[in-house]
Ligand binder design. Structure first.
Ligand SMILES: NC(=O)C1=CN([C@@H]2O[C@H](COP(=O)(O)OP(=O)(O)OC[C@H]3O[C@@H](n4cnc5c(N)ncnc54)[C@H](O)[C@@H]3O)[C@@H](O)[C@H]2O)C=CC1
Ligand SMILES: O=c1[nH]c(=O)c2[nH+]cn([C@@H]3O[C@H](COP(=O)(O)O)[C@@H](O)[C@H]3O)c2[nH]1
Ligand SMILES: [K+]
Length: 500
């Protein structure tokens, strides 16, 4: 006997009532489980031609994604988008750096000639050692090395490197594309403390035993996001100015796999012309347009040729766009609306901004997105740019909006060069986030939590979640203020929140 009843709302009905809902406003009703958590696959598409095994993308912000973050995201099966708040050659170098290794470790070694002195260079916390080569560049013969500890214990800081460096008498390099297991085996076999990664006669990086041990302690990595060239895939952000066409040339030469047109309001004549230019000049290159939050914006960018779309206006943790400009949309509504149109053309959607827990990721992916893009969620990690600082007893990293006055002023005034006569208005803030450790550790745990959410919904893949959404099998409700309080921890005098 089948009983006819109606419980909860279909997304189509819920999101057509004139409210702008964000992730916390809505809740899914659980469905039926007939598979284990491990049967859930989160593999997905970033854009028409790029597949990922993990639906995570790091945001093109100068406190989130440079080469270190991008290598880690690729190693996790996601993707990093290198920010454009640098000169075009610097941004292209960051792309090359990602493509010149197959381990999520990056020590950015400094090269010196035998006659040089190191004055204070080791003050920078991130520099573990200096490599001494014949000419002092990465492309000449390696003669020796000096560790930070060697230099720190030196009484005469004016001594030449040649006088106290460790000389290299045997080969201490491996090919650039060795993976972690191969490097580990080599270090053990040779009993070395470190090894150089070498590519076409150039030292690309120094990998220490300590770093290999650190990464081995994290959840096991899969194959990662590797392109047909056998290299890690990486994206880069560009703008829509004339000068960005030149920037794009640098990036394409460096081997960039996808470009993201980085704008708060993507539905503009500038972006449409840029998409057309890219599709005409580099037909093989995927281009992601955005940001968009409405069906109309979506339709325009898809017609122009976008291979993927980035969704979110004002939803980011550092964003003030909705306050300053009075435009934007609640992120849950935006993701649902944009995805429902984009799906008709098979264009994948990136839910960008507003992610602060695994539940938000489940909501974004179930409401139609194919990936999530994160800023604040990643900015406190080991792999984010910048050094840790201490503030009020917390270990923190700086995190700032790309539309903050500080970010706009930093070098990247190019974006606004033509507008020097105009008054500059910030649409973002400068802040800080807490230390979260390595993304190599917390992203796998976060993805496990997302898989549990999918299991509760009865969805074993992103496609099946989207099918449940569109067939109206997936039911939702809006949470009242009290329901949101109830859904969180409440009624305790104190507690510690530890997810894994
Ligand atoms: N997702 C979000 O809610 C927001 C994100 N942001 C971030 O801040 C950064 C800056 O964003 P936007 O200010 O939107 O950058 P944008 O480069 O799109 O726009 C800056 C200004 O330049 C103008 N412009 C762009 N191309 C032009 C061309 N070819 N000719 C003449 N004028 C042109 C735009 O109309 C706008 O007035 C980006 O990284 C963006 O992701 C900023 C605000 C909101
Ligand atoms: O209004 C804004 N002013 C800004 O200065 C700004 N900078 C970044 N973004 C956007 O925020 C996203 C990251 O958001 P989360 O920290 O919430 O992940 C990013 O991915 C961007 O879409 C900005 N939005
Ligand atoms: K905001």
């Amino acid at each position: 006997m089948t009983i006819e009843f109606e419980d909860g709302f279909a997304a189509e009905k819920l999101f057509n009532q004139g409210y702008s809902y964000t992730y916390d406003d809505v809740i899914f009703l659980p469905h039926y489980i007939d598979f284990p958590t491990d049967a859930v696959s989160l593999s997905t598409k970033l854009s028409r031609n790029i597949s990922l095994s993990t639906p995570c993308v790091s945001s093109p912000m100068d406190t989130v994604t440079e080469s270190y973050m991008a290598t880690a995201m690729a190693a996790l099966g996601g993707m990093g988008i290198i920010h454009s708040n640098t000169t075009p050659p610097e941004q292209a170098d960051a792309v090359r750096s990602v493509k010149s290794r197959r381990v999520p470790i990056l020590s950015n070694p400094v090269f010196k000639s035998p006659d040089s002195l190191i004055v204070d260079q080791f003050d920078d916390d991130s520099l573990p050692c200096v490599i001494v080569t014949e000419s002092g560049t990465a492309t000449s013969k390696v003669l020796g090395y000096v560790f930070k500890s060697d230099w720190m214990s030196l009484s005469d800081k004016e001594a030449k490197l040649v006088d106290y460096m460790h000389t290299v008498d045997s080969k201490i390099s491996v090919p650039w594309n060795y993976d972690l297991a191969q490097i580990d085996a080599y270090l053990k076999q040779q009993d070395h403390d470190f090894v150089l990664l070498e590519k076409e006669g150039e030292v690309v990086d120094v990998i220490t035993k300590q770093e290999v041990e650190r990464v081995k302690g994290y959840p096991k990595l899969g194959k990662g996001t590797v392109g047909s060239d056998g290299k890690w895939m990486v994206g880069a952000a560009i703008g829509t100015r004339q000068s960005d066409r030149e920037r794009l040339e640098h990036l394409v030469k460096a081997g960039v796999d996808v470009v993201v047109l980085d704008s708060s309001q993507g539905n503009s004549i500038y972006q449409i012309e840029m998409i057309k230019h890219i599709k005409q000049t580099y037909p093989e290159l995927d281009v992601i347009g955005g940001n968009v939050v409405t069906m109309y914006q979506t339709q325009n960018l898809i017609e122009a040729g976008a291979d993927g779309l980035r969704v979110g206006m004002g939803s980011g943790s550092i964003c003030t766009t909705q306050e300053v400009c009075a435009v934007g949309r609640g992120q849950a509504t935006a993701v649902y609306k944009v995805s429902s149109i984009a799906a008709r053309s098979g264009v994948p959607v990136i839910a960008d901004g507003g992610i602060s827990n695994s539940g938000h990721i489940v909501k974004a992916l179930t409401l139609g997105a194919s990936t999530v893009m994160m800023g604040s969620f990643l900015a406190g990690s080991t792999e984010a740019p910048g050094a840790y600082q201490y503030k009020n007893g917390y270990r923190i990293k700086k995190y700032r909006g790309m539309g903050s006055l500080e970010a706009m002023t930093k070098g990247s005034d190019q974006r606004y060069l033509g507008d020097t006569a105009k008054l500059k208005i910030a649409q973002g803030v400068v802040g800080a986030v807490a230390d979260k450790g390595s993304v190599l550790r917390f992203i796998p745990y976060t993805m496990q939590a997302v898989k549990q959410g999918f299991q509760d919904l009865g969805a074993s893949s992103l496609q099946s979640a989207h099918d449940l959404l569109r067939s109206k099998t997936l039911r939702l409700e809006v949470r009242t203020g009290a329901a949101q309080v109830e859904g969180g921890v409440h009624g305790l005098i104190s507690y510690e929140k530890k997810a894994f």
